[in-house]
Design a protein around this ligand. Structure first.
Ligand SMILES: [Zn+2]
Length: 306
């Protein structure tokens, strides 16, 4: 586990989930109290707790644990984490809350979709309903010393997804709304598993662009300075994927054929494909689930136009 100080008041923790570096980040805002943005999954919660210790943050001083959405790699660890944080409230989109209170269905569903990857993540533990605060668009949370973060509802990747805006650095904690950033090779790849809603995702990206952020804090992974360029490039990239998926569906291609053409036509993914293919998790999620999300989306669009 590695801690990187991004600002006087902001830290990135590389959770090293499953021993994988530069994969899942958690962010800690430290004012008079502290807030944790993204917990990562259950099995890397011990790493997150030891980073709190290293930063000399007392468990009872953590006021908020905010997640972008409930997928295991973002919010799977909340239930386990807050057992150690007696005063922390959990901030989550209202549509995600019930799945944190009763995570059984989420866990079963994740095992079907992610298979072996769930062994790297671990089973989520329930969150007491009384500790949840709904993440309503526009609401700001304050941890003192002028450190705040604001909910920005960014649906599309999921129907219960939010990002958080941090005004001091003009930064956005994007969750999965702006893709997966691979800092080693400076490439973004889509994270668009089914049921993916492209139109909604594009509206959310537009919303983020209108904030004119300077910095993005990706959950996968890390800080990127050229926020506007990154957001705009992601918009173009998912439009390209849509075009390729549409052609594929028209020609009756399978997932493998669509994937091949995406790798051929998307410079970033071409550059990233070696990295992705050997990655324990991203090989499955990005090159399989994210492409399936587009195929399902364009099929549904086609159906609705009949
Ligand atoms: Zn997700």
């Amino acid at each position: 586990m590695q801690i990187i100080r991004l600002e006087d008041y902001l830290y990135l923790v590389d959770l090293e989930t499953g021993g994988i570096e530069n994969f899942i980040a958690s962010y800690i805002l430290k004012g008079k109290q502290a807030a944790i943005i993204e917990t990562g999954p259950t099995l890397s919660v011990p790493n997150l707790l030891s980073s709190l210790k290293q930063l000399k943050i007392q468990p009872e001083n953590v006021a908020y644990v905010a997640v972008s959405h409930i997928h295991l790699d973002h919010g799977g660890g909340v239930g386990t984490l807050i057992k150690h944080l007696p005063k922390a409230k959990v901030i989550v989109h209202p549509r995600g809350a019930s799945h944190l209170v009763n995570p059984e269905k989420l866990w079963q569903q994740s095992k079907i979709v992610l298979g072996e990857i769930t062994k790297i993540y671990g089973e989520p533990e329930p969150v007491p309903a009384g500790r949840i605060i709904p993440a309503v668009d526009g609401v700001t949370f304050d941890v003192g010393n002028g450190i705040t973060f604001k909910v920005v509802e960014t649906l599309g990747h999921a129907s219960h997804h939010v990002s958080y805006y941090e005004p001091l650095s003009y930064g956005v904690f994007t969750g999965d709304a702006a893709g997966i950033y691979l800092p080693e090779i400076d490439v973004i790849v889509p994270t668009t598993p089914p049921p993916f809603h492209l139109n909604v995702a594009l509206e959310s990206l537009d919303k983020l662009v209108r904030l004119k952020p300077k910095v993005l804090y990706y959950s996968h992974f890390g800080k990127a300075e050229d926020a506007m360029e990154k957001l705009q490039a992601y918009v173009q990239q998912i439009k390209l994927w849509e075009r390729i998926a549409k052609e594929g569906v028209q020609r009756g291609e399978d997932l493998e054929a669509v994937r091949k053409r995406i790798i051929e036509n998307d410079e970033g993914v071409k550059k990233a494909s070696k990295y992705l293919i050997t990655h324990k998790v991203l090989s499955e999620t990005t090159l399989r689930e994210s492409i399936q999300g587009f195929i399902d989306f364009v099929k549904k669009e086609k159906e609705s136009q009949k």
